[in-house]
Design a protein around this ligand. Structure first.
Ligand code: NDP
Ligand code: MG
Length: 380
């Protein structure tokens, strides 16, 4: 029986993680749940899964939840509440399903406890990949990717020698604006950008998919997970989202992993690895898919993808600047304050204006994140 602590249990990945745990009551038990503010859903999850520890970031909501549960369980609160849950509770696996930079510090604390991290929160690796992977090695922890592309690559690499990899190929759906002209980005609405053709996800990553920044973040995530340079990480558009990613070896052979666009499978794999558990999830029926198509991404149209490649090549604090500028720009777009086309412009501006640092430590990463957020908030 593995004990699982879920950070961000009320989000899209969090809910799917609980769907996986519900499927395997003999294998997994919920050790703890955390959320930002959605206590209606969290209350239902607590009543069903009986976690030992719960944390709600918003203090008022934490108090309200404690009342609803007749104070039968202590509800931690604030950013420190989430850290306390990570530091002091009893668990084997942490599912990192918070969104954005907020996932970094709790993930680091779980790594320092030598835990398995089922990592969905790609931003953690984007902003501090060098530090995080260094700590994983130092503390004998484990990161198993939940992101479907990286789960696919992880699976393709089992039994292989990394030195024999020629390149990895990340597939991308292309998002809702794949077939739109670049000029459309001037008028694209929030509703249009949130209308993803294949995946039902949280708002932030859905906008990232529309700009293709999501794929850019995934290129950086892949760099840290698999230790390959930017030149060996390729992006291919595959609108059906069935082939989740591929690895090409030095003999020219290509391995791929396929599945329906459903996060339950990569989440379960991150929990069950190295085993595979039987389940009742819907199976992929190839005849009903009929055809797979592939083409190259348009880097002129999807500037965010280009910016992410540049940030990875620049190294140092550049991916942190890229991520923080993107997080604030996406919030502003979702609030109707800027145009869709402004997102890439803002990130470009932040990368050009904020001072480059070659080898930032964790405090410098935290500072860089803050400076970048302030820069975007005050200038746009
Ligand atoms: P959601 O927005 O759906 O969920 C985010 C979760 O984190 C919610 O439980 C939310 O609580 C909580 N949360 C948000 N901000 C904070 C904060 N500052 N402090 C504490 N908790 C917070 O996101 P997703 O589930 O879509 O994505 C989660 C992560 O997984 C992201 O990094 C994303 O890139 C990655 N990912 C997601 C995929 C998907 O299919 N959704 C696929 C691959 C990767 P509340 O509900 O109370 O707001
Ligand atoms: Mg992905």
């Amino acid at each position: 029986m593995k004990k699982v602590l879920i950070l961000g249990s009320t989000g899209s990945i969090g809910v799917n993680s609980l769907n996986v745990i519900r499927e395997h009551p003999e294998k997994f038990v919920v050790a703890g749940l955390t959320a930002n503010s959605n206590i209606d859903l969290l209350e239902k999850q607590i009543r069903e899964f009986n976690p030992k520890v719960v944390s709600v970031r918003d203090k008022n909501n934490a108090e309200e939840l404690a009342k609803r549960l007749d104070n039968s369980i202590e509800i931690l609160s604030g950013d420190e509440g989430i850290l306390t849950a990570v530091l002091n509770s009893d668990y084997d696996i942490l599912i990192g399903a918070m969104v954005g930079f907020s996932g970094l510090l709790p993930t680091i604390e779980a790594i320092k406890k030598g835990k398995r991290i089922a990592l969905a929160n790609k931003e953690t690796l984007v902003v501090a990949g060098e530090i995080v992977t260094g700590l994983v090695a130092e503390y004998n922890a484990e990161i198993i990717p939940v992101d479907s592309e990286h789960s696919a690559i992880y699976q393709c690499l089992i039994g292989e020698n990394l030195k024999e990899v020629e390149k990895i190929i990340l597939t991308a759906s292309g998002g809702p604006f794949l077939n739109k002209e670049k000029s459309f980005f001037e008028t694209a609405t929030v509703a249009e950008a949130l209308n993803h053709p294949n995946w039902k996800m949280g708002n932030k990553i859905t906008i990232d998919s529309a700009t293709m920044m999501n794929k850019g973040l995934e290129v950086i995530e892949a760099h840290w997970l698999f230790g390959l340079p930017a030149e060996k990480i390729e992006v291919v558009i595959h609108p059906q989202s069935i082939i989740h990613s591929l690895v090409q070896f030095q003999d020219g052979s290509i391995k791929a992993q396929l599945g329906l666009p459903d996060m339950k499978l990569p989440i379960q794999y991150a929990l069950s690895f190295p085993e595979r558990f039987n389940n009742s999830f819907i199976r992929t029926k190839l005849p009903s898919i009929q055809s797979f198509t592939f083409f190259e991404p348009d880097l002129n149209k999807f500037e965010c993808l280009n910016l992410a490649y540049q940030a990875l090549k620049n190294g140092g604090n550049s991916p942190c600047i890229l991520n923080a500028a993107n997080e604030v720009a996406v919030e502003k777009f979702l609030s109707g304050l800027i145009k869709f086309s402004d997102i890439s412009k803002i990130i470009n501006e932040a990368l050009n204006k904020i001072e480059h640092q070659t080898n930032p430590n964790l405090d410098e990463i935290i500072e860089c994140d803050k400076i970048t957020r302030d820069f975007v908030k005050t200038n746009f």
